[in-house]
Design a protein around this ligand. Sequence first.
Ligand code: NAD
Length: 500
Amino acid sequence: MTTLGNYINGERVASESGRTAPVFNPATGEKRLDVALSSADETRAAIANAQEAFKDWSATPPLSRARVMFKFKELLEQHADEIAELITLEHGKVFSDAKGELTRGLEVVEFACGIPHLQKGEHSLNVGRGVDSYSQMMPMGVVAGITPFNFPAMVPMWMFPVAIACGNTFVLKPSEKDPSVPLRLAELLTEAGLPNGVFNVVNGDKESVDVLLTDERIEAVSFVGSTPIAEYIYSTACAHGKRVQALGGAKNHMIVMPDADPEQVINSLMGAAYGSAGERCMAISVAVCVGDEVANHLVKDLQGAIAELKVGPGIGEAIESHMGPLVSRQHADKVIGYIDAGVEEGAELLVDGRNFVVTGNENGYFVGPTLFNHVKPGMRIYKEEIFGPVLAVVRVDSYEEALALINEHEYGNGTAIFTRDGDTARNFAANVQVGMIGINVPIPVPMAFHSFGGWKRSLFGPLHMHGPDGVRFYTRMKTITARWPTGLSAGPEFSMPTMK
Ligand code: NAD
């Protein structure tokens, strides 16, 4: 059976750590291959390579760096089906969703193609007579990315296209659950003309991650994953003097106002709650209905729509499934444990996804779409991130109560409101304590030229990912003040220099 290794200095290399983890096809439960869990020394070797490559890459003109990105974009388009298939085979999400993920990553590559403009810096002529001042956005050096299982293409591409385009070199530690795609992306970068050593992939676990957080040659760390690990990454890497952005978990609420369009609500909610089997950090897992009448209608509509949902393998079916399996047996069991907890805590289970069997795929990690009614804020299924196809319907009496509920929650990644009323929508956008807000848009993931990030315990660090914040994160400002002989003053100045 194949064992995936690392990608160092422009080629795939086997790991000699002797430790591996199995990679499964979640739709069948069959093992596909093993992935190496690299040693600390192997991780250090990848950093050394990236450090060596930085010398020339950081001095490469931004236009040349952009041209590699243009070529990489072309290659991603040519290989889109192949990459999407790999995503489906290891993550489980349906093929069309995998292609959507790839497109959202590719858009960051398109953004990075504009790096000559984005990295221009600032220039002021005559800050004093004959004195000019300019700021340059310098690359940082070797930067690291640590990514989760749920977007094996898109989340790494939130990071490395911008980082590399800015002139940095990169070490990626992807999820050990679906490692094939990042290695394929690395190969395509080499084919696009990226010099060896600029982008490296180290497969591994905590042993590799800890090297990336502490090695003095790493300048910045980008992380996306669960909140406890995000917090660990942030505190450890900050303590070692690195710039850090660590994106964590989520519990995204959608308010349904009495004046919302019912058809728009049901279509949006079905996709946002059950798309990708709920394994999205921007999935909606709580519907907050303002008034019992709204809630009663919604749960009836949801039950009808859930009955129509096609759950099955993400690829190879005559009619494509809407929803695939969860990523692993352990994760499916965890989600089932939450459904048990919801029942024990007294929520009304309207649709039960436990014991869900897909004929022909009996060993797949399927959990059916699940719907809870009358969920209360004290319950675990309300407070904690489940990361599965489990939707909780909560009832409140007013918009103010709905807003307060969201603001009191520990997470603040995404949220949405469905209403026809502009005043309510505007008030919501102004007052909700969440980073990404949808108004009649269920999954408000910002486009590549804006930045992605949550608030509260969904993000540790000041800067969001990609867009303008991405360029800020991966560059360091240097400001030069220059005076030429024509601007010289008559004699020495002992007071603080000011504009005369
Ligand atoms: P995870 O936190 O388990 O793993 C993320 C990465 O950290 C992986 O590369 C993993 O190998 C590594 N890791 C795991 N345990 C570690 C440890 N003890 N020390 C060092 N490194 C460790 O997350 P996951 O299960 O892969 O992904 C799902 C989570 O990611 C969910 O909580 C989801 O909300 C979150 N997520 C957040 C966003 C966002 O934008 N906020 C986006 C996608 C996913």
